[in-house]
Design a protein. Structure first.
Length: 173
């Protein structure tokens, strides 16, 4: 018996991991994630989820997002790069809740694609911290308290010295 075996002997076995969410449960978790996670985490989880769903479904999913973004802002050019497109879709979800679901699940094929994407997204490491508080059956009012703060990923963090600098300018007048 090796050293590691002797050390492990006194430990309790780890509980089995929860089985991956499928179908309606995955979509419920995904909706919870859309409300609770900041746009950066949503984009990361969705990029990982898109990678997991496979090369066959990915182009159609990206095309649905691109078309929905184009419809959201007529005249704007929807980005072609998947990373930029998914970040734009995550920000659109924050501005217009339900955007991603409407964009993806517009028809029967889209509803199947949504279930596959939701299952893949909620299984990602990027989504895990934001799903810890998930409780089945939460309504919109209960989710409002859990909403992530609105942060614009494209803007830098506020400069703490900016306020002090403004006071110095006021003193000069």
């Amino acid at each position: 018996m090796g050293l590691l075996d002797r050390l492990r002997r006194g430990r309790k076995p780890r509980p089995a991991a929860t089985p991956p969410a499928t179908g309606a449960e995955a979509i419920a978790r995904w909706r919870y994630l859309l409300v609770t996670a900041p746009p950066e985490a949503l984009a990361s989880a969705h990029l990982d989820g898109l990678a997991a769903i496979g090369a066959d479904a990915r182009p159609a999913m990206l095309q649905r997002m691109r078309a929905a973004l184009s419809a959201l802002e007529p005249g704007a050019v929807a980005p072609a790069q998947p990373e930029v497109l998914v970040r734009a879709a995550a920000r659109a979800e924050r501005r217009a809740p339900g955007f991603l679901e409407r964009a993806i699940a517009a028809d029967a094929r889209g509803q199947e694609a949504l279930a596959a994407l939701a299952t893949a997204v909620v299984a990602t490491a990027a989504a895990a911290p934001f799903l810890r508080g998930f409780e089945s059956g939460l309504d919109a009012d209960a989710l409002a308290d859990r909403r992530a703060p609105d942060l614009d990923a494209d803007e830098g963090a506020p400069d703490p010295s900016a306020g002090a600098h403004d006071d110095e300018l006021d003193d000069e007048d």
